[in-house]
Design a protein around this ligand. Structure first.
Ligand code: HEM
Length: 81
């Protein structure tokens, strides 16, 4: 995607399909952006400790022993509508 291309906006239902169970894609939203975590070994099958992909996990980051810097190496695939 070139820098000029606007990011596609997805609804919560569309995001919910990318939970690592219904489709191969593993996406999660954080602060309005949707990240593709499909390549992460720590998110295999869409779960990460007690957290599930396919959702907006902004409010759940407080439970994590890490900051949002963990998103840095994953591509942003869209925005949450
Ligand atoms: C019980 C809560 C959680 C635990 C114990 C946990 C633990 C970890 C650990 C140990 C790592 C790898 C080391 C590191 O980068 O610090 C990691 C990476 C990561 N975590 Fe969490 N985490 C939790 C919650 C969350 C939540 C709520 C999110 C999303 C908002 C999240 C997103 C990520 C991401 C995207 C990575 C990077 C994965 C990778 O590099 O392959 N984590 N987490």
């Amino acid at each position: 995607m070139s820098p000029e291309t606007p990011l596609p906006a997805y609804t919560r239902s569309q995001l919910a399909l990318r939970n690592g169970q219904d489709r191969d894609e593993i996406w999660c939203a954080y602060n309005g952006l949707i990240y593709d975590l499909s390549t992460s070994r720590l998110w295999r099958n869409g779960h990460h400790y007690e957290h599930w992909a396919g959702q907006d996990l902004t409010d759940e980051l407080v439970d994590a022993p890490h900051t949002n810097s963990v998103f840095g190496r994953f591509p942003v695939v869209g925005t949450l509508r």
